[in-house]
Write a protein that binds this ligand. Structure first.
Ligand code: DTR
Ligand code: CA
Ligand code: ZN
Ligand code: ZN
Length: 455
């Protein structure tokens, strides 16, 4: 008996009559096999109408946000200690953020302008799709002061907005409204970059922006939780989110006109945003509700050389970034497909080499959002004598193999017609899935007749 090295080597088995094997019907076999899976034998769920559900924002891993801050710190360190307008560290910061967005599939635009005798750069990134007449816009200034690396002011806001944008791509999110993200230059000179952007924007385009959300200092080491109070709906959106986290908020009264929301507000665009505090001192009452140190500034390194990657409250950064994601998802009105509604099927036949290499039957999944469900159903129809020869795997778009069936040398029954349930929540739903089958023992042969996935 020729055995191949493979998933598991089968002990030699006595030859059996090819016609003498007990042939069970597919349904009875599936009933037998479904001990390995859940759900009724061969029950193929009807394609229930997918009921869109409001998509809540994902939790943004703060480690990802801090990784961006580490990059911005490295950039400042390599460029004279800052990322200020007109200095090489700023352009390097723009290049970093742009590279991440380009790789994630955003349409990016770098807008040049001149101020203070130097060239400045704005970076605007559009997520393809959504209603172009209704734009949800989130932004942050990317420049620092020349005195330091500007990790809290405003690497924190820039990184929080960046990671939210990357999460949109990672989740394959399909917003109803169009999503746009911006990183502004020369804010420290007086909102020069964002002012240039708004001034250059035709009135018709300004009218399409339903909301501009600004994030300037969201990781202050002695943090407060301040919400912009200019637009009542956007204020309430953030206040309600923080209330679900049992975090009391205050209205930001320090920042009036002091960041990049101001140019948008001046032309009548609804603005909102978050702020964790700068050089003002935390009161005893604020320390009572937020923790931290009363009598000390929210950020003692504001506009100083010590505004480094050590000058960050991870908790404030994490909480505020999750708030950004929630606001972006909520305002853009996207949906995700509920599990159990969408079926993708391959009816292609594929011969399985006898005692040979594994074969793979591909199946393209598209039009879904987010990740696959934790109870993804894979239904297979494999005609093959002596099914004990077969090893069957589901391979996700990311390349991970999920074992559906091991070889079982003495299992002399024919055919594998079964539905398996796998936790594929680590995979994106969209992409090319594969059914991988290997016959690891010579003599008995067969083919894949078809297979399907139910999300
Ligand atoms: N203008 C921002 C920081 C900032 C935003 N709101 C306030 C209020 C009080 C002091 C500073 C700020 C900057 O310096 O980049
Ligand atoms: Ca988080
Ligand atoms: Zn500043
Ligand atoms: Zn700032």
């Amino acid at each position: 008996m020729l055995e191949l090295s493979g998933p598991t080597l089968q002990p030699s088995r006595p030859r059996r009559s090819r016609t003498g094997a007990l042939l069970a019907t597919g349904a009875a076999l599936a009933a037998t096999l479904l001990g390995a899976a859940s759900g009724p034998a061969l029950a193929v769920p009807t394609a229930a109408t997918a009921r869109p559900v409001a998509a809540a924002g994902p939790d943004i891993p703060v480690a990802n946000v801090k990784a961006h801050l580490a990059q911005l710190q490295s950039i400042a360190t390599a460029n004279g200690g800052n990322r200020a307008h007109g200095r090489p560290g700023y352009k390097a910061s723009i290049d970093y953020v742009k590279s991440k967005l380009d790789a994630a599939g955003f349409t990016t635009t770098v807008q040049q302008f001149t101020t203070g005798g130097a060239t400045g750069y704005n970076l605007v990134a559009d997520w393809p799709g959504g209603d172009a007449d209704h734009v949800v816009f989130a932004g942050a200034h990317l420049d620092s002061v020349s005195a330091g690396p500007g990790i809290n002011d405003n690497g924190s806001g820039s990184a929080g907005v960046l990671e939210t944008a990357l999460a949109v791509a990672r989740e394959g999110y399909k917003p109803a409204k169009h999503l746009r993200f911006g990183w502004w230059g020369a804010e420290e000179l007086g909102m020069r970059g964002s002012s240039y952007y708004v001034n250059q924007l035709p009135a018709a385009e300004r009218g399409k922006i339903d909301a501009y959300l600004n994030f300037d200092m969201i990781g202050s080491p002695n943090p407060g939780y301040f919400v912009y109070g200019y637009d009542q709906n956007l204020k309430a959106l953030f206040e309600n989110w923080f209330a679900t986290k049992n975090i009391a908020t205050e209205i930001d009264t320090e920042g009036d006109g002091r960041s990049d929301h101001a140019p948008f507000q001046r032309v009548g665009i609804p603005v909102g945003g978050l702020f964790s505090g700068a050089d003002y001192r935390k009161t005893a009452a604020q320390a009572q509700k937020w923790g931290g140190t009363a009598g000390q500034p929210f950020d003692r390194c504001y506009h100083s050389s010590c505004d480094t990657s050590a000058n960050i409250s991870d908790k404030a950064l994490d909480t505020n970034t999750d708030a950004i994601a929630s606001a972006v998802w909520t305002l853009s009105g996207g949906t995700t497909n509920p599990p159990g509604g969408k079926i993708f099927e391959s009816k292609s036949q594929l011969a399985i080499p006898d005692g040979g290499a594994a074969v793979e039957s591909p199946l393209t999944v598209s039009g879904l959002t987010g990740n696959a469900p934790s109870a993804l159903k894979a239904s297979v129809d494999i005609k093959h004598t002596w099914r004990g020869d077969l090893v069957v795997d589901l391979v996700g778009p990311g390349g991970k193999a999920y074992r559906l069936k091991d070889s079982s040398g003495n299992d002399s029954a024919d055919d594998v017609v079964a539905t398996y349930t796998v936790d594929a929540s680590g995979e994106t739903a969209n992409g090319t899935w594969k059914l991988r089958v290997q016959d690891i023992a010579a003599q008995d042969t067969g083919r894949i007749d078809g297979w399907k996935l139910t999300f």
